[in-house]
Design a protein around this ligand. Structure first.
Ligand SMILES: Nc1ncnc2c1ncn2[C@@H]1O[C@H](COP(=O)(O)OP(=O)(O)OP(=O)(O)O)[C@@H](O)[C@H]1O
Length: 200
């Protein structure tokens, strides 16, 4: 069976500046690949290529099934409650939305609006919404940064619990070596200009 995600990149640029060189990788179901590398190496650009959010690249991307992405800043509808943020975005029923909230310990906040939630709660809501789409491929862009250590640990545990319930292939971008070592089954390191995979 072919993997849910495989990418063969000839190169990628922002305008005239070549950011990424030739590289390729694929991710199998239940695998978590961490993309690491120095600031500016092109990690987010690589993730945005996979998500279809960056146009300046050539190569071949094969994606099978549904894709969900969690951004560094939670992207939530401010005028909708936590429950509506899940149901409207994913097509989940109210019962499924409630279950998704419970899976990230937010059952008591279903009627709260995003600005009534802490950053940690907004992150948990984003994670719940991503998993509520039942994704085959999940992309996480620095989803655990800007949180204190205890909160980051708690949200990583929630992610691990949700991931282990789904046959999802995950690609996460992080500059945090400890986070990569904890969460990833494989670590891909980007380096150079244009960047290539130096380990992975
Ligand atoms: N919209 C843009 N227009 C022009 N250049 C860009 C744009 N977005 C990113 N870049 C440049 O592309 C390079 C790679 O950026 P990218 O955000 O992919 O790196 P990164 O590895 O994710 O960095 P960081 O760890 O700091 O978030 C950087 O040199 C950056 O300045």
């Amino acid at each position: 069976m072919s993997p849910p995600l495989s990418l063969t990149l000839h190169g990628a640029a922002h305008g005239a500046v070549q950011i990424l060189g030739a590289l390729s990788f694929s991710v199998a179901p239940r695998e978590t690949v961490a993309i690491t590398g120095a600031s500016g190496a092109g990690k987010t650009t690589l993730l945005r290529i996979i998500a279809g959010l960056h146009r300046g690249w050539s190569g071949e991307l094969r994606l099978q099934g549904r894709l969900a992405m969690v951004f560094q800043e939670p992207v939530l509808l401010p005028w909708r409650t936590a429950l509506q943020n899940i149901c409207l975005a994913t097509g989940a029923s109210l019962a499924e939305g409630e279950a998704a909230l419970a899976s990230v310990d937010l059952a008591a906040k279903s009627g709260a609006y995003p600005d009534q939630l802490s950053l940690g709660q907004q992150r948990r809501l984003s994670l719940a919404r991503a998993f509520a789409t039942k994704p085959d491929v999940l992309l996480l862009d620095e989803a655990f940064v800007s949180l204190d250590a205890a909160l980051a640990d708690e949200i990583m545990s929630l992610f691990e619990r949700l991931r282990d319930r789904h046959d999802v292939a995950t690609v996460l971008v992080t500059h945090d070596a400890a986070e990569a070592a904890r969460l990833a089954t494989r670590i891909v390191v980007l380096s150079g200009q244009p960047a290539r995979i130096v380990t992975g």
